[in-house]
Design a protein. Structure first.
Length: 128
């Protein structure tokens, strides 16, 4: 075998190794970047969930302060406070749910502290 043949086969093996190394580098980078991306996404999901919970809590408190005086005003206060809160960079919007549907955004009712049961009336609550 001549020297040039040995050099060519040596270069060929070296090129194949470089190709395999490139593949391994890409695989390892993907394995490292994927968990980082998932962690960032989960962090954003948790942040937005907390922002939505804070908006819901603030709206509930704003409505609860005046619900005995006026249910309509309580609904309006809840919607106004929700609009002042942001989740994922957008203001939180609540539907008034005038029909008091149990699946609605704002549901007016009474909570019994002893039994821990929330009941919603089908009509306006009477003034105390």
């Amino acid at each position: 075998m001549e020297k040039s043949d040995k050099r060519n086969s040596s270069k060929s093996r070296h090129s194949m190794r470089n190709g395999v190394v490139c593949v391994w580098v890409v695989v390892v980078l993907l394995l490292l970047v994927t968990p980082v991306g998932l962690a960032l996404d989960m962090g954003k999901v948790i942040l937005v969930a907390n922002q939505l919970q804070n908006a819901a809590d603030a709206a509930a408190l704003a409505g609860a302060r005046i619900v005995k005086v006026s249910q309509d005003q309580a609904r309006q206060n809840a919607m106004n406070i929700a609009l002042e809160n942001f989740a994922d960079g957008q203001s939180v919007q609540l539907a008034s749910n005038q029909s008091n549907n149990p699946d609605g955004d704002i549901v007016v009712g009474r909570y019994d502290l002893k039994t821990h049961i929330f009941t919603q009336p089908l009509r306006q609550l009477p003034m105390p």
